[in-house]
Design a protein. Structure first.
Length: 405
């Protein structure tokens, strides 16, 4: 049952976000490509070819490149230039500060617009959350209000719906009313509140994680395994395609190599100052509530597992009985290991949704997510995502795991 049901559900999800598989080995490995180092090559070229050209990326434009096969399918793009800086490019060497986490990031508020509105009568529009008023101004001049099937997707930063559409319920409802003059459907990625007329937009993969992973993967192959670049890339493609025959382990909980800041006490201290000034969390304009809830979600998971500070051994009877393993994997190991597990315990991210969920689904591992105070994941289940939702980690038991699978 799980083989057919889960596979069909994942296929439905991936079709819903709209990508197809394309292979371009001849172009990818062409000798004519300028070689300025592997990282530079990955950043500048690798995303154009399989598997990266068919994976559903939803770029966080403060820290990631403005490239996505999914986004490119939209008729209009109302987005700024990406704030991302490719530090492998010698021209950006002066941007290095030693803080690798945010060296590549820039504020979207300071970026010029790079919109594409050449299609006369667009059916699909992709816009960043802070572009709401700009979109309405353009729509008033350009769009026919009679088109019955036009859709707008708000993605590109973690600015929450509760801020982008207004500061109170009356303002938000008015924004929806204005958008509905031109759009039959409005979908929003960081949907932190219920708002009539606005549906959930799924979060896709994260460039920040994937580019680094591909680099580590290829570097390791070239240095240690005596395989060609083409073979290495092909093997990576095969690994990220799910196969139920690899499911030899039960439940995984894991720490994050990049999102560790969401477990840090210093993060919570910083929220107090940002709240005092009425600011969002920089540089991604994240909801302070979402960041605080992500911290709390991780804290509760560690407590339920009985993890000591900085520890990785599950000591709680409940966690052990459920067969949960808490492990850290290197970037090279991550996809191989994730594919072995049936379930992934997945705390919230700073944008409520987390890229780890779609990573799990790609290898047919089911994310188990604590709802906390958001309806985001119930909305995703409603449109077909195969997620397990719990109100508390105590619901992760052997009996429930057997039923879920």
């Amino acid at each position: 049952m799980v083989s057919n049901g889960l596979t069909l559900a994942v296929v439905a999800v991936l079709l819903a976000v709209g990508f197809q598989v394309h292979f371009h080995w001849d172009a990818l490995f062409s000798p004519a490509q300028e070689w300025r180092g592997l990282t530079h090559w990955l950043n500048k070229d690798a995303w154009r070819y399989s598997p990266l050209d068919w994976l559903p990326f939803t770029p966080l434009l403060t820290c990631e490149p403005n490239v996505s096969a999914l986004m490119s399918r939209f008729d209009w793009k109302i987005v700024p230039l990406s704030g991302w800086k490719d530090l492998s490019d010698p021209d950006n060497a002066s941007s290095r500060t030693g803080d690798g986490l945010f060296d590549t990031c820039g504020s979207l508020d300071e970026q010029p617009w790079a919109e594409n509105t050449t299609v006369a009568d667009p059916k699909t529009v992709w816009a960043t959350p802070h572009a709401v008023q700009r979109l309405l101004d353009i729509a008033e001049k350009r769009l026919d209000t009679k088109r019955p099937n036009r859709v707008v997707v708000f993605s590109g930063s973690e600015m929450p719906l509760s801020r982008a559409f207004g500061r109170n319920d009356s303002e938000r409802r008015e924004t929806v009313k204005q958008l509905q003059k031109y759009f039959k459907r409005i979908v929003y990625q960081t949907k932190d509140i219920r708002l009539p007329g606005v549906d959930i937009a799924p979060m896709g993969l994260c460039w920040g994680y994937m580019m680094t992973t591909v680099k580590v993967w290829v570097d390791d192959d070239l240095e240690n395994k005596n395989v060609s670049l083409e073979e290495s890339y092909s093997n990576f493609t095969k690994t990220i395609r799910g196969n139920l025959s690899t499911k030899s382990r039960d439940i995984l909980a894991t720490g994050g190599l990049v999102a560790g800041w969401l477990s840090a006490n210093a993060t919570m201290e910083g929220l107090k100052l940002l709240a005092f000034y009425g600011m969002l969390y920089p540089p991604s304009n994240s909801s302070l509530k979402a960041v605080a809830t992500a911290y709390e979600s991780r804290l509760r998971l560690r407590a339920w597992l009985g993890l000591a500070e900085n520890g990785t051994e599950v000591t709680s009877p409940a966690g052990r009985a459920a067969g949960v393993e808490y492990r850290f994997f290197s970037q090279r190991e991550w996809w191989h290991q994730l594919a072995k597990y049936k379930f992934l315990l997945s705390p919230l991210g700073s944008g409520i949704q987390a890229a780890k969920n779609i990573e799990a689904l790609l290898v047919l591992t089911i994310p188990v997510i604590q709802r906390m105070s958001f309806t985001t994941f119930d909305d995703l289940v409603r449109i077909g995502f195969p997620l397990v939702l719990v109100n508390g980690w105590v619901e992760v038991t052997p009996a429930n795991a057997s039923r879920w699978w």
